[in-house]
Design a protein around this ligand. Structure first.
Ligand SMILES: [Zn+2]
Length: 164
């Protein structure tokens, strides 16, 4: 179960039908890239956090979608975020609910409010989880998870405390 990108639905259905351990689905699972999110994932390849901007009203949003959440315009552009923001909300995970997370606990899952406005769900790293606070200034970094058959890296944006 390494790559669900191209046949995700079929393989998920097969795994469910066989009543095998669903936890296997988590290991190595990659997101399914659709046109509405491709700008975001293209950005991660070059280590840019990209957000969707509405050319009609200026609203910024993440995740991206087919239209602006503010004015419903479909005139949208992916723009580079400066990658900084504040912890909006967070939780410290102490219980590994999957074997592949055993070496990660405790870890922080947080809503990060970017300076441009959108809130992104991610991890806060490089800090004692118990030192994380609402309002903590953070900056993005990219955690390389894997590469595909063509050597294109799969990276997830994560955040760590910053001085700004
Ligand atoms: Zn708009």
């Amino acid at each position: 179960m390494r790559d669900l990108e191209s046949t995700g639905r079929t393989r998920v259905a097969d795994a469910t039908a066989s009543a095998g351990p669903l936890v296997d689905l988590v290991i190595g699972m990659k997101p399914v890239v659709i046109p509405e999110t491709s700008g975001f994932w293209d950005g991660t390849v070059v280590q840019e956090l990209r957000i969707q901007k509405c050319n009609a009203c200026g609203n910024t949003q993440l995740p991206g979608g087919p239209c602006c959440a503010n004015c419903l315009s479909q005139d949208l552009t992916w723009v580079k975020s400066n990658g900084t923001g504040r912890v909006f909300s967070f939780s410290i995970v102490h219980q590994a609910l999957h074997p592949s997370f055993m070496d990660r606990v405790p870890y922080v899952v947080a809503d990060i409010q970017l300076d441009e406005g959108p809130i992104v769900l991610s991890n806060v790293t490089d800090v004692d989880p118990h030192d994380v606070r609402i309002g903590l200034r953070v900056a993005v970094w990219f955690d390389e998870q894997d590469t595909d058959a063509f050597g294109v890296p799969f990276r997830l944006p994560k955040f760590k405390p910053s001085e700004q």
